[in-house]
Design a protein around this ligand. Structure first.
Ligand code: AMP
Ligand code: GLY
Length: 442
């Protein structure tokens, strides 16, 4: 089977790594891919948001399945573009229709969906620009902290947790005033839930669903879970505090009503649903839906998935997921992300990376990397994700950490990733084992 994978991050490298293991994958193309994906297929300079260019490539290269990594092509309707074109219609696109991707594309819509299907989530209200004064009056009486969410996609920056009423009022005005462009045309004001988060990943064919290994990601830039939020500095799977009773609650109260709700509302959805959850007093609530896999969660979820991913996605496209049994590796997996100096703020690109041959016993997934004049160079904020297996999380984390350090103590990689402004001891490595265990036990 000829497969086209869209995207260029650590998540897509992990998809490519996993799909290339399948006998069913005869040719893999990645658009645009990164230096890591090039080891498993052919990178092609096609922009995933340029649907006519994607369609043309698919026809020219006899692609038989398109797998969409990031949310933006889905939210903008790549599935619908294929279905509306007679020549492309028969080619499955793994990912929801535009009507399904709105679960991630509009936080207000997702809240209304949860309300309609009695799915537990934080209490909320939504406001548009013409309700500015009403919103400000409402905020004044809310208990602190106050959670403000821009409705649309805002590159992971659209959620602000305000500790003071004054700060909430200012942020609310800025959001409705266009701080996030159209994404802030509506703002969701949400009750703050104090708990511990984890994520579940569901693959649905529109009729039934299968649950993949769960994961927990760590978003803050600094050690000990400090500092600004990032796209994700590391992840672990399994999540120790998720026991059978919790799984039962999540499946009955959240997964089933979500999949059934989409079906009842006649929304076509054949793809991944990533559900961000928070546990408060032992009860799970939905924090957010995403219409794709997570990054860096995929870097620990797929290594624990024993099934043939291509076969699984074919079952998803054909509506035959009901026949599939998910098999998971009992081992634990962890991933640690190495990032450019300055991230999540400004950072430089094009620094040479080396020292990866020192890594032993871990898998290095590339995120922001590229090849330039035969050298491996940084090409983004999150550069590498170092994934390891272990008999338990502690062992997996120790291995990831050792290898992260090993590669990064090489002069070239510390220079390469960190740039001149950062000295070596400032190397940013999240996920110290003991930090994580104290968090996991919280
Ligand atoms: P999101 O962009 O929706 O993933 O939100 C970013 C982060 O904000 C989440 O991972 C949570 O840590 C936090 N968050 C979002 N909504 C709430 C809420 N209602 N209560 C507490 N924390 C929240
Ligand atoms: N790691 C969070 C996300 O992929 O949205």
């Amino acid at each position: 089977m000829h497969i086209l994978l869209l995207g260029s991050g650590g998540r897509e490298h992990t998809f490519a790594w996993k799909m290339a293991q399948s006998k069913r994958c005869s040719q893999l193309f990645i658009a645009p891919g990164n230096a890591g994906t090039a080891a498993y297929g052919t990178n092609v300079a096609v922009n995933p948001l340029d649907f006519p260019a994607v369609g043309k490539f698919v026809l020219e290269h006899k692609i038989e399945m398109v797998v969409v990594g990031p949310e933006e092509p889905l939210v903008r309707g790549i599935w619908d573009y294929f279905k509306d074109d007679a020549a492309l219609r028969a080619i499955p696109v793994i990912g929801p229709s535009k009507a399904g991707a709105v679960l991630e594309g509009s936080k207000a819509w997702a809240k209304q969906f949860m309300e309609r299907h009695h799915i537990p989530t934080a209490a909320y209200r939504e406001f548009s620009a013409d309700q500015l004064q009403e919103g400000l009056d409402y905020l004044k009486h809310l208990p602190l902290p106050i959670v403000l969410k821009a409705d649309g996609l805002a590159a992971g920056k659209g959620v602000v947790i305000c500790q003071k009423h004054k700060e909430a009022a200012a942020e609310f005005k800025e959001m409705l005033g266009g701080k996030f462009g159209d994404a802030g045309a509506k703002v969701v004001v949400e009750e703050f839930l104090n708990g511990i988060e984890f994520s579940v990943f569901v693959l649905t064919d529109g009729k039934t669903y299968r649950i993949l290994p769960e994961a927990k990601d760590y978003k803050r830039i600094g050690e000990r879970d400090k500092g600004p939020n990032t796209g994700g500095m590391g992840a672990v799977s399994p999540v120790p505090f998720v026991d059978d009773i919790m799984w039962q609650k999540v499946e009955e109260r959240i997964i089933k009503p979500t999949v059934n709700g989409l079906r009842k509302e006649k929304i076509t959805y054949q793809g991944f649903i990533f559900i961000g959850l928070i546990v408060v007093n032992n009860e799970p609530y939905v924090i957010e839906y995403n219409c794709r896999m997570g990054d860096p969660e995929t870097e620990v979820v797929f290594p624990r998935l024993k099934n043939d991913l291509v076969q699984l996605l074919e079952n998803c496209a054909k509506g035959t997921l009901g026949r599939v049994k998910i098999r998971m590796d009992k081992k634990a997996a962890s991933t640690i992300v190495l990032v450019s100096g300055g991230y999540p703020g400004n950072y430089e690109k094009g620094k040479i990376i080396s020292g990866l041959d020192e890594v032993k016993g871990s898998i290095v997934f590339h995120a922001g990397t590229a090849e330039k004049n035969g050298a491996l160079v940084t090409n983004g904020g999150r550069v590498l994700a170092i994934t390891s297996y272990g008999k338990d999380l502690e062992a997996a984390l120790r291995k990831s950490r050792r290898n992260a350090k090993r590669s990064s103590t090489k002069e070239s990689i510390s220079e390469g990733i960190l740039g001149r402004t950062y000295c070596r001891r400032r190397l940013i490595i999240a996920l110290k084992p003991k930090v994580h265990f104290s968090l996991l036990e919280a």
